[in-house]
Design a protein around this ligand. Sequence first.
Ligand code: NOJ
Ligand code: CA
Length: 689
Amino acid sequence: MKIKFYIYNLYQKLTEMKLSNFSGIALCLAMISCAGNDLSLESPEKNIRVEFALTAEGEPGYRVVAAGKELIAMSPLGIEASEADLGSGFSIKKVLRNKVDEVWEQPWGENKIVRDRHKEMAVVMENQDGVGLVMRFRAFDDGVGFRYEYETGLDSLTVMAENTGFLFAEDGVSWSIPGNFETYELDTRELPISEVENANTPFTFRVGDVYGSIHEAALYDYPEMNLYRCDSLGFRSELAPRPDGCKARVPGSFKTPWRSIQIAPDAVGLINSSLILNLNEPCAIEDVSWIQPQKYVGVWWGMHLGTHVWTEGDRHGATTENALRHIDFAAANNIEGVLFEGWNKGWETWGGKQHFDYVEPYSDFDIEKIAEYAREKGVSLWMHNETGGSIFEYEAALDTAFARYQELGVHVVKTGYAGGMPGNIRHHSQRAVQHYQKVVEAAAAHQIMIDAHEPIKETGIRRTWPNMMTREGAKGMEWNAWSKGNSSEYLCTIPFVRLLSGPMDYTPGVFDIYYEAADDYDDRAEWNGDYSKCYIKTTLARQIANWVILYSPLQMACDLIENYEGHPAFQFFRDFDADCDWSEALAGEPGDYIVVARRAGDRFFLGAGTNSEQRTVSVPLDFLADGVVYEAAIYGDDPDAPEVRQPDGTVAPDKTAYVITASEVTSADTLDIFMAADGGQAVVFIPKE
Ligand code: NOJ
Ligand code: CA
């Protein structure tokens, strides 16, 4: 009865869609009946169902039903390779099922304890060419994942295309960045699904009452996936090409990354899901004791303002004196790490035919002395490796450089790929994915944590390689220094899009909102016409809230340290702990607002942010431990902020105006969070003795 009903639905859908590759309906139905297999998989709570089917030509397809309604209509599956038919002629040999309900722990994360509860269905098939294909599906209560597992008997394959379809059953609204194989540093946009031509992932959407997000998990040795329009309501996967135009070269037996669709009844449910991590393999590093979250400051923002430079000379940022000053500041302010950019030779060549030296410091950066001073002060020293995209040179230097850093006691390296990769290699292509992974593994061998800028997207590999701490992979703070900057709406969108993939090194925390940039720094003129118009597009309180909202186990206070010296609001960062144990997004809508709570040890932190609309959100504090009285320090926007003319000529309430209030609260209380336009609020809750 069940099968019959399913076949009826499938028939209806296929007929409606009139898709040519699903044309042989009659045969298809016969095949399904013959096999006698139930080809559907329900999540443990039965709120999500994924169904598999083969066409008459033996082409696989799937659909997804959520909350009793079709979300993804019957959509094609398959890969094209030059050497074999990987997409058709399949018949089902057997269907294997499994279920998992386990709890696992990670050394760090939004939540250190994670539950993995899902059901699995592996459809084992073979085609006329003897190609074996297992389509493995996992249904969780917060979404589905599926991947291709091929066994061809051939030595290797050239992947020409992947034809995974995501055909929406009805239109909805979506939030994403455009598709791009070189960069993720693009503005997010809100669009009807039907108006999206192409998108990168995570691709977040709301259809009816259901929120969801398409992404991928466990991306190794394969290009990244973008979504390209193929139908009025549908997308197909488009893989980042290799320089020769093909998509990937893979062994004769290979598994693709998981294609994932997170599903939740509300937008914050997407943030609170661990689906991407659950689709990754357990930790591959035996001793993780050296992997530790950190707060950090650095010789950084000044370079983006033009008041400092990366190269040796008058304005050099990474000098011994400045390094020691930053180490002192970190030690005095409960900050674990200090980053130095521009410490190593080669910056003069950046942007041209660059050659960076990853070991040799500039002559005014006494690395031995600095490392020793940092050790004495108990501060973690970070090295920065900008490659400008020169991945082959970097690969050749990796082991020597990392061995040297290990000798110096360095446990964190920030990498960067600001520049084109050689030979037309795209930043998100298979070769680049291999490179980024090579760096992670070389780093692990030398007990080094990685913070990657211009990275490949996060796909949850931090579970397997927890030294892959954080990455950029979106427009970060730097854009505020030399472009029109990141709007508060953007900052309310990325928690529901980019950050679903994992941590982001946004580098929040500029207090000097209307900063003074170097007036002879004309780099920005190229970007924006007039750099003097640049400023931070949020209030100061929101900058503080972003430390909580924009999760990163390596969390930076990015402003010039002199702007924090003696600033009352910097107490928040002193009290903050990047080593979070538990998190929950409490309320929010993409592009509108967001409220997040986290716990680290016995302290709780709350971060809230709004878009250009002033709003007040009431939040029950029932996440606090019962029976404990907390001292809450509230860093909020000043409701009486005076109007000021901002650098771009607009008049608005002074974004630097804030108020700090203290009160005693318990889990029985409710907090009314006032947020000015472009504002926010941050709260630290410390248990009273
Ligand atoms: C871009 C990175 O995002 C930024 O953090 C860094 O300072 C520059 N590249 C130079 O490496
Ligand atoms: Ca960048």
